[in-house]
Design a protein. Structure first.
Length: 342
């Protein structure tokens, strides 16, 4: 096999443009060092995919760009330094922002950011989890410093509870014993957040402070912001408890007034799941450990699948549909593509 199928683009275009994605062929990559060469069986689309696809210079790229940061597949070859996996292992991962993405039949990924996929999940279910699972896990247990026990009297507010990260964060916080207040604004997203395990659901299109106070909560111990930090910053600063922890995954477009947290001595932190692989930090291998822990939780039936839209072929046509789904801004759960056809 000299070439393989992939889905890429050579211009940053609107998703309604038929050239926004193209079916292409690329050379087979070679594994070196800590690389795994993985046969990609399923992928999912995240908001970051749509941002990278449409945001860039309008001139044509010198060669097609392949994106995608969620996959499940099988290891078919390994680099000389690989110790965590062997050929034939079924794995899942979110990948590396600096390397070619998962929208290809074969992909190179560093073993230290890959985990063994849970056998209980099929490809559609497994492909939906890695990026949002890592983001939720790192937000709660690394950036917020939440322990897995002793949280019976602590409350977490998740702003945007029905998306991919929110779906995982609700479930993980639940397992850790926190009371979870999630936000959602539509009947179907409210139902989804409750299905994921939210104790209370409030509407992020209405005043959050008054809604939380009606739940007999003056302050909350933790806040995870997953949508429009600009719109909610003043509410976040008001609702966070003294010595509380705030984590955000979405960038702000206006300056954040951190002085609003001064008297409460609250902590604000960003979560960017790609940071460890982007900077090749000493903690890279933690993503292998997190993905293996998530797999264990799925094998114990402690977590629910979060895939909601499934397209049964990975090609340019379905990739355009999946990106259009995500760009509506009203996705519940995750959209997944599986298989390459003949």
């Amino acid at each position: 096999m000299n070439s393989i199928k992939a889905v890429g683009f050579d211009q940053h275009l609107s998703i309604d443009n038929p050239d926004s994605f193209q079916d292409i062929n690329i050379n087979v990559p070679e594994a070196h060092g800590h690389d795994l060469l993985i046969r990609v069986d399923g992928v999912s689309v995240n908001p970051v995919d749509t941002f990278v696809r449409k945001s860039g210079r309008k001139n044509r790229l010198s060669k097609p760009k392949i994106i995608g940061w969620d996959a499940v597949g099988v290891v078919i070859n390994t680099g000389n330094d690989v110790t965590l996996f062997k050929k034939g292992d079924r794995v899942w991962y979110a990948g590396d922002f600096t390397r070619s993405g998962s929208n290809a039949q074969l992909q190179l990924v560093d073993e230290r950011i890959v985990g063994l996929a849970p056998k209980r999940l099929n490809d559609e279910q497994a492909a939906a989890v890695p990026l949002v699972g890592l983001t939720a896990y790192e937000s709660l247990f690394e950036k917020m410093g939440i322990n897995w026990s002793g949280n019976e009297h602590k409350t977490l507010l998740i702003i945007n509870g029905a998306g991919g990260v929110g779906s995982m964060a609700i479930q993980l916080a639940n397992l850790a014993g926190l009371t979870v207040i999630a936000t959602a604004s539509r009947e179907e997203s409210i139902s989804w957040a409750k299905k994921m395990g939210a104790d209370q659901v409030i509407n992020h299109r209405q005043d959050l402070v008054s809604q939380v106070r009606k739940l007999n909560q003056k302050y909350v111990d933790y806040i995870l912001n997953l949508n429009n930090l600009d719109a909610h910053w003043n509410e976040i600063a008001e609702l966070i408890k003294p010595d509380g922890q705030i984590v955000a995954t979405t960038e702000n477009h206006r300056l954040i007034d951190l002085q609003k947290l001064t008297k409460k001595r609250a902590t604000f932190a960003w979560e960017w799941m790609y940071s460890k692989s982007y900077f090749k930090t000493a903690t890279m291998t933690s993503q292998n450990q997190i993905l293996n822990h998530l797999a264990k939780l799925y094998m114990e039936n402690a977590l629910l699948p979060i895939n909601t839209i499934n397209y049964p072929l990975i090609n340019a046509f379905n990739m355009r549909k999946a990106h259009a789904d995500v760009e509506t801004g009203s996705m519940i759960g995750k959209v997944v593509l599986t298989g390459w056809g003949k």
